[in-house]
Design a protein around this ligand. Sequence first.
Ligand code: GLA
Length: 715
Amino acid sequence: MKFLLTLSVTLLLIAGFQDYSTAEPAPVPVRETFAIKTKSLTITLQVGTDGRLYQQPISAGPSGSKPARDDEFYPQAGDGYVWEPALQVTHADGNTSTALVFDSLTQSNETADITATRIRLHDPAYPFDVTLCFNTHHDEDVVEQWIELNHAEKGAVTLQRVESSSLLLGGDVYLTHFFGDWAKEMLSPITEKITPGTKVLDSKLGVRASQFRNPSFILSLGGAANETNAVVLAGSLAWSGSFQCEFDNYGQGVRALTGINPFESAISLPAGKIFVTPTMLWVWSTNGLGDMSRKFHRWAREFGLRDGHTPRQVLLNNWEATGFDFDFKRIVSLYDPAKKIGTELFLLDDGWFGNKYPRVDDHAGLGDWQPNRQRLPDGLAPLASEAVKRGLRFGIWMEPEMVNPRSELFDAHPDWAIRQPKRELELQRNQLVLDLTRPAVQKFEWNVIQNILSVPNITYAKWDCNRYLTQPGSPYLAPSRQSELWVDYVNALYALMDKTAKAFPNTELMLCSGGGGRADYGALKYFHEFWPSDNTDPTLRVPMQWDYSYFFPVMALASHVTHWGNRPMHFACAVAMSARFGMDLDLTKLSAQDKAICAGAINAYKQIRDVTQLGELYRLEDPHENFRGALNFVSPDRHRAVVFAFQLKDGANRPAFPQGLDPDQHYTVHELNPAPSRETIPQEGKTFTGEELMREGVMPSCSKAVEASVVELTE
Ligand code: GLA
């Protein structure tokens, strides 16, 4: 008896043990294999005998294991998958599970370099289709990925979560992401190994992607990333609303899930309508961050922003010079000094509109886009024509999505603002966001933009957005559709931006959102550049611009010389010259020496902008880790190069070692706009081969904190 009892307990224990062992999913036999490929990246996909689509994890080394259930390429919630899913929907009949099987694959060459791949999956139990879409750029190792989803069910399907991309990575995976805040955008890069558990980078701001972190990150496989020798995959979500990038280490690998933040964002999708996710950008390199960024920049100049092959002009903004306090005469008085110093474009900032509630500070006037009659009795046109008469282009600031409660617009349409019932209005910078889901608001904003940009001689605009959503309610949408505000807003915004870009093809546009809140490729494709941060202290701009440069070409980064931080003018000018040069200064108040430094910097910028903006970037010395930051740019034909050294702390001078030069070519060394009273660099005027310069380095003239040196190498 006792023996029998022991035996049965033992058997039970064994049975229990065996039950646990079944938690490890069994391998699935493979029926068919295909790949999504660029020059050096291969994403291998396998169709199992169960019909599901699987992915071989991407890793630094070889991979080739048999797929198991955990390795599904686009996993769905509710039918046996236990980790973070890419897709979670509630079908019309209330079923919360989806089970997708492979249906078809089409691949076509769009150009010699671009292949379009569409993988159709469907749920055999429902008329429900998901198409995984890819545009691969062969030479640049760029993959653009998005999802299209549609159905023919008997009622609406609720989309709880539809990721733009779901990618499996194997081996050790390191994540670099960029924490920040207002005036500190991108300033705190963090690299960490993704350990078991889930790491989430997200935002819930509704009308902009970021304030506290950017929807761009770097994954590094097999070890932490470096500039020249690492396997890296940069990711950037092209979406200007709430986003979520999730890295789920489930023990066997890491799944990167990226897309619209599912937080409070359920969407009811009627039959026959196609839901399209934002595009996820992946950029791959086996040669480190430098190579990855150069590919990203080449892609961006072609597809990521407008007019990516035209170097940007020198801009003077009046914001730091006048703030809200100006009139026609004061603005016109800024033109001659601007022209004299070499400026090409004048930007009139906030404060030019509103009559019943004049925009004399940030408490009133947003929404009333009529020029203020006291300040500008004849409107904007004479301001613009006076600029053009003096050889300057003219640009204007606008914030079409916003309203101050103290405005004629709000008096007339209090229900046009995004707000929630029974809650006291929460203002940020004294303003509210207009509800772009409402057709009347769409029409209003389009009229505002059209009226402003149609003023003769306005050829540039800064489109600002100075708050985010904290009370995400739409008085327009039905109670059952409130959660659709987040996604509908951004799509309506893109429709507006698209119309603007098409209707005003010759008007240059800058994206701004209380600083760098809209530094993302979703909006940037309608724009020429973005404002990386309200913080223009050049000692912080050095690391900030370094971090942005992982993902964005410097032609997209507006960099202005201001008095922030009270740094030496020469240092501030050198930093601005390395991106899109601008100034936000009262030129009439500058000393003769500072004016001469600015004029010299502008002159030098005009000479090198085709190299810095159309050429290749090499990041040489990381300002986060060294006493200085250093970079160089090389023209596409490698005939010219420019080396920048920005010294942040005192430290012994040493050469900076440029990269990417033609080793056999001879280059003559010349320091541009050298700082007054500094010694001439030892290599000045001398000629060396590219090989010598890359081996021996270029000795900059700076040797103390807040000194900089810009050295040109010409054939
Ligand atoms: C925001 C921008 C600034 C300036 C002001 C104007 O803060 O970031 O550059 O345009 O708005 O109000």
